[in-house]
Design a protein around this ligand. Structure first.
Ligand SMILES: Cc1cc2nc3c(=O)[nH]c(=O)nc-3n(C[C@H](O)[C@H](O)[C@H](O)COP(=O)(O)O)c2cc1C
Length: 164
């Protein structure tokens, strides 16, 4: 049986995830992309995996800069998730159109304000996989804040419910 891309998308959409924006420095500007293909990979050493479409603008910057941030979005940051999934996004209009504001780490990596967590990552291995690239990176620093996550399920954003 051949699985269509649509069936694959529908099946994968059942797997509820958080939402991140992967951020990378671009000569003082912030390049970023909304990504939920993000997972922890190893505890020793500390490794994460993020998968980015080869055609995406951010892809080349991740390759070039070799250091990036993974920002875990809070439920207040839906507009930021939308903005960094838009093909016409620009550094200059990000704050005005989505409310995104950034700090910089000591390494110069852009950090999104108001998120739930931030991981600063140094690229270790790149593996091509179909139309995406797997970026495997060592975690150099993390920050964690209070708050509730933005979730993505069946193609829509959700808020988390109470624990049961
Ligand atoms: C909730 C959500 C999750 C996404 N996850 C990923 C992802 O993990 N990897 C990816 O390459 N694109 C992902 N995308 C799509 C990119 O954010 C979008 O295609 C982006 O605009 C690509 O950059 P480009 O405009 O430079 O092509 C996701 C989009 C949304 C809304």
């Amino acid at each position: 049986m051949t699985v269509s891309q649509e069936e694959f998308r529908r099946a994968m959409g059942c797997f509820a995830t958080g939402v991140t924006v992967v951020t990378v420095d671009d000569d003082g500007k912030v390049e970023g992309v909304t990504a939920n293909a993000f997972t922890s990979l190893s505890l020793n050493p500390l490794l994460v995996l993020v998968c980015v479409e080869r055609q995406a603008r951010t892809h080349a910057h991740l390759h070039a800069r070799k250091r990036f941030g993974v920002n875990v979005l809070s439920e207040q940051q839906r507009a930021i998730a939308d903005y960094y999934a838009r093909p016409d996004r620009t550094h200059d209009r990000a704050e005005q159109e989505s409310g995104a504001r950034f700090d910089r780490t000591a390494h110069g990596t852009p950090v999104l304000q108001g998120g739930l967590a931030y991981l600063e990552c140094r690229l270790q291995t790149v593996q091509e996989a179909g139309d995406h690239t797997m970026f495997i990176a060592e975690v150099e620093d993390v920050s964690v804040w209070e708050g509730e996550p933005l979730l993505y399920f069946r193609g829509e954003y959700h808020k988390i419910g109470p624990p049961f």
